[in-house]
Design a protein. Sequence first.
Length: 110
Amino acid sequence: MDQLSDVLTAISHPSRRAIIMQLADGPARFTDVARPFDTALNAVTKHLKLLERAGLIEREKQGREVFISLRAEPLRQVAGWLHEYERYWNQHLDEFEQHFRSKTNNREEK
C-alpha cells in the first residue's frame, strides 16, 4: 500500500488514535502506552505495528525499556488530501447556497 493508505488505515481505529494523542505529549514506554487499554498486550503490540508501518511512530530501545515516539509528519499527507476535498465541498456548498438565495429572491419578487 502507499503511505497515505497506510496512514488512513492506522488512524481509522479509535485505539490507535488514542495512542497518537497520548504520544503527542511526548515519548512513552511501551508499558505506559498499553496501560490505558483494557486489552491484551498483544493487541496493543498489533496497533503499534500498524502505526509504525504507517511511519507515525518510532521505537527506541534504551536498555530494557522501549520508548515510543510520535512522528506526526505523515499526518500532513492526510491533511493535504483532505484539503483537496475541502475545496471541492466549499465550491459545492457555495453553489448550493447560491441556488437557495436565488429561489428566495424569486419568491420575494412575486
